[in-house]
Design a protein around this ligand. Structure first.
Ligand SMILES: [Fe+2]
Length: 255
């Protein structure tokens, strides 16, 4: 299908968001990344999870993303695609739900990191890194009393661990790290490399892919890298959609 070239901006058929450069054209209408991810998630998340709990958790993760990354879509994006990888390992609904929640809320502990560290544009000093490295533990503490998030909380606590044991906060290695966290690490790295940072431009999918392959057995679980490779088409689409940032009308029509 050949995508028509739009005028200056078009409107998402799903949420009404004005998209300066459209994300998705399905043959009839334009769609924002927000709506594309919602459709992806609805295809995978069991009806019982489409509850007030889910809405509230998604609002919280969106608020955190807006503080750190502006667009508010990072957590949702990595959660949807971690779930995609997870389905290659198990169809156990309960486990898949926990993986989704864990990936969605992975950085919830950053709510406790001061702006001077979280939003700093230059390199962090060693003292600032020490503060930053507390966020998995803060995340675990925030979620500790939520009974339906027990496994998800383990993912939040271990999402910065590395397969070879060089991560934090516990320096876990191999299968000591929950599988959901090992899968999340790949998708988060793909999203990080292909996103602009204050100090560098976004890299390509190919760059991210070769870094991930190079990290197999080091930072990343080799079996997770194998699954990552088998999902190249879907993951390329994730990068393509997110690279086109939606914008709200400056005059606030959407507010
Ligand atoms: Fe993190």
């Amino acid at each position: 299908m050949i995508e028509p070239k739009p005028a200056d901006s078009v409107q998402c058929a799903g949420c009404g968001m004005i998209i300066v450069t459209p994300c998705l054209y399905n043959g009839q209408v334009w769609c924002s990344e927000r709506c594309a991810l919602r459709d992806k998630e609805f295809g995978q998340i069991h009806d019982s999870l489409k509850t007030a709990h889910l809405s509230l958790a998604e609002s919280l993760s969106t608020a955190l993303d807006m503080r750190e990354k502006n667009t508010g879509m990072h957590s949702k994006r990595v959660a949807c695609h971690t779930l995609l990888l997870a389905q290659r390992f198990s169809f156990n609904d309960e486990w898949l739900h926990q993986v989704y929640w864990g990936a969605l809320l992975h950085d919830v502990g950053k709510i406790g990191i001061p702006d001077t560290v979280l939003l700093k544009e230059g390199a962090l000093s060693e003292e600032e890194w020490e503060v930053m490295r507390t966020h998995p533990e803060m995340g675990r503490n925030i979620l500790a009393d939520v009974p339906f998030l027990i496994e998800a909380t383990d993912i939040v606590f271990s999402h910065q661990e590395k397969y070879d044991g060089t991560g934090y906060p516990q320096g876990l290695s191999g299968e000591e790290i929950p599988l959901g966290a090992r899968l999340f690490a790949l998708v988060d790295t793909l999203d990080a490399i292909t996103s602009d940072r204050p100090y560098r431009m976004a890299g390509s999918f190919e760059q991210a892919q070769s870094e991930i392959i190079a990290g197999s057995g080091g930072q990343f679980d080799p079996s997770a890298v194998g699954v990552f490779m088998s999902l190249e088409r879907e993951l390329r689409e994730m990068v393509r959609l997110k690279c086109i940032q939606p914008h709200f009308h400056e005059q606030g029509e959407q507010s």
